[in-house]
Design a protein around this ligand. Structure first.
Ligand code: C2E
Ligand code: MG
Ligand code: MG
Length: 560
């Protein structure tokens, strides 16, 4: 007869006799009967694996010399797997000569189900029930973990970004946005057919696809084309028929070399490029390195700007008719204590991308005007030079440029006619109206405007003619070796004649030899800038350069 305390226990429990080298179930209570009765009776057939496990735990415990031991035991049923936490303990004060082990089990099935459903929620997207970002990562890990891949098999990830999604959300409401996401999810799944690819929703308008591609990039491109076509088909949303475009970026690598996070990041980099190029982009090694480098520069640039760690150099602009310095272009320089000198060609794009260029541009204007004031003070009268300051199109779009310029002039007591703003063609092309208003206002303050790097952009002749631009700066890519290249010479000639027609003056950038300087003068170019005359230099050196050239021409004039 089972001891009464055992019968009274609410959880499954049993007493097992240890016979020195084997075990024998002696007594068990009703709950134990319900779950493990067959096992207790020694009937192994029903679930031999679990019976073996229980037996091994009991024997292991008996031989271990421990007082208590815990383990988990599962039980297969027609309704799923049940889980139990089991405890083994010696029962003391037993009948003399008998060694008994008490086994008791606690049913953890309900807890496990809750855990599993929480986990499922954690890895899937609530709207589409597709895997979310975490689930996508796990799915990729799972593919990478499988062992039966061919040596050359490649794993590919595609990131699909729906264009204009936020506009649709705003215009038609989030319900319509949800409907759109659901249709796209269904279309994506149906494009995969029976290929067994994983489709996931990674965020608002971002989907991911992961698959093993036997024929590498050709297969990936095929799939991308199918996806693009499926998404492009018109979708009905609240009585409206809309079509949606998507940007697709892919990354592909041999399975043996793949790493899940890296692969997703690479595909995201490609998708960002695809948004700009409007075609499928596939990640190439090195691009992400460049992205990381940009991010790294951005965080350093932010600190440097705050700490006033940038400085300006000044490159003389020479009047080609008499060799005098008529102005300086202020060029930003960044010398990082650890990284060394960083070129503006590297940090200006980073500043533009991050918006830091607004702060940078304000600083450059103020610092350049301050320098003019210092030179004026040194000379005891206004120095007869203009200061050219570059203005990024991003700053033009985001900042109160006019306010910044008039502050910089006013605070340093400098007249507007001493300043020349250098714009690039993209500023004009990007937003001709805004640009027109700004230039008109600058004109009223006597500030001159130059079109920088002229010839490399896509200026619209009509807007060029209608804008109050004073000067064209011919890009140095046409100038430096124009003598040896008839095409470049022809371009320079054409720009000079265009400027003449439009009543604009001209500066040639990138003059590196005397030949080029003389040729340009002969062709009627007004000003020159380049290493032949001087490299960008510090403020004192720039002042000395101006003084020296003035003295030379005074001497020449005096000697007749
Ligand atoms: P940019 O405005 O066209 O400036 C002229 C660039 O040509 C300068 O490069 C100058 O050092 C270089 N250069 C001048 N003469 C020669 C020459 O004879 N041969 C060669 N090979 N190069 C010559 P830098 O200083 O590296 O600046 C590059 C660009 O960065 C500038 O082109 C400008 O677009 C931008 N930048 C520089 N400072 C600023 C700034 O304060 N604000 C903004 N928005 N952009 C800036
Ligand atoms: Mg410039
Ligand atoms: Mg330029």
């Amino acid at each position: 007869m089972a001891p009464p305390w055992l019968t009274a226990l609410p959880q499954p429990a049993a007493l097992v006799e240890w016979r020195g080298n084997s075990i024998c179930f002696e007594y068990w209570n009703d709950p134990f009967e319900r779950y493990f009765g067959e096992m207790a009776r020694g009937n192994r057939e029903q679930d031999p694996e679990r019976f073996g496990r229980l037996e091994a735990e009991l024997i292991g415990f008996a031989l271990s010399g421990h007082q208590v031991s815990r383990f988990e035991l599962e039980r297969l049923t027609t309704l799923g797997t049940e889980a139990f936490d089991c405890t083994l303990a010696w029962v003391h004060h037993a009948e003399p000569g008998k060694s008994r082990i008490l086994i008791s089990a606690i049913d953890r099935t309900a807890d496990r189900r809750v855990e599993e459903s929480l986990r499922r929620e954690l890895i899937s997207d609530a709207l589409t029930a597709l895997p979310n970002r975490t689930g996508f990562g796990e799915a990729i890990e799972m593919i990478l973990g499988q062992e039966d891949h061919a040596d050359a098999a490649q794993i590919g990830v595609m990131i699909i970004d729906l264009m204009r999604f936020s506009r649709i959300n705003e215009a038609l409401g989030t319900m319509a946005g949800d409907e759109l996401i659901l249709s796209v999810a269904a279309r994506l799944k149906s494009c995969m057919g029976d290929e067994g690819a994983t489709v996931a929703r990674l965020g608002g308008n971002e989907f991911g696809v992961c698959h093993v591609f036997k024929n590498g990039v050709t297969d990936l491109m095929d799939m991308a084309a199918r996806i693009k076509a499926a998404i492009a088909m018109p979708i009905r949303l609240s009585n409206l028929q809309i079509s949606i475009n998507c940007a697709i970026g892919g990354a592909l690598i041999r399975i043996s070399e793949a790493e899940a996070d890296e692969l997703v990041r690479q595909a995201q980099t490609a998708a960002r490029a695809a948004k700009k190029s409007d075609r499928l982009e596939i990640y190439r090694a090195g691009e992400l390195g460049a992205a990381r480098q940009r991010f790294f520069l951005e965080s350093h640039l932010r600190d440097t700007l705050q700490q006033g760690g940038l400085h300006l150099l000044y490159q003389p602009i020479i009047d080609l008719s008499d060799g005098q310095v008529r102005g300086f272009e202020a060029l930003a320089r960044w010398s990082h204590p650890v990284l060394g000198p960083i070129s503006p060609n590297d940090f200006i794009p980073v500043a533009e991308e991050s918006g830091l260029v607004v702060q940078l541009g304000r600083w450059a204007l103020h610092d350049a005007m301050r320098q003019l004031r210092l030179w004026d003070e040194a000379l005891g009268e206004p120095m007869p030079v203009k200061m050219n300051v570059n203005l990024s199109p991003i700053q033009m779009a985001r900042d109160d440029v006019l306010g910044t310029i008039s502050d910089a002039l006013r605070l340093n007591g400098v007249n507007g006619d001493r300043l020349m703003i250098e714009l690039t063609e993209s500023a004009v092309v990007g937003d001709p109206n805004n640009c027109g208003m700004l230039l008109d206002a600058l004109k009223r303050s006597n500030v001159a405007v130059a079109m920088d790097d002229f010839g490399t952009g896509y200026s619209n002749m009509a807007s060029l003619q209608s804008l109050p631009i004073d000067l064209l700066k011919i890009d140095r890519s046409f100038v430096t070796d124009m003598i040896a290249d008839p095409d470049k010479l022809a371009i320079v000639r054409a720009i000079l004649s265009l400027a003449k027609t439009l009543g604009m003056r001209t500066t040639a950038e990138g003059i590196e030899t005397a030949d080029v300087a003389y040729k340009l003068r002969e062709m009627g170019c007004d000003y020159g800038q380049g290493y032949y005359f001087a490299k960008p230099m510090g403020a004192d050196e720039a002042y000395a350069c101006w003084m020296e050239r003035r003295n030379i021409s005074t001497r020449l004039a005096a000697s007749g």
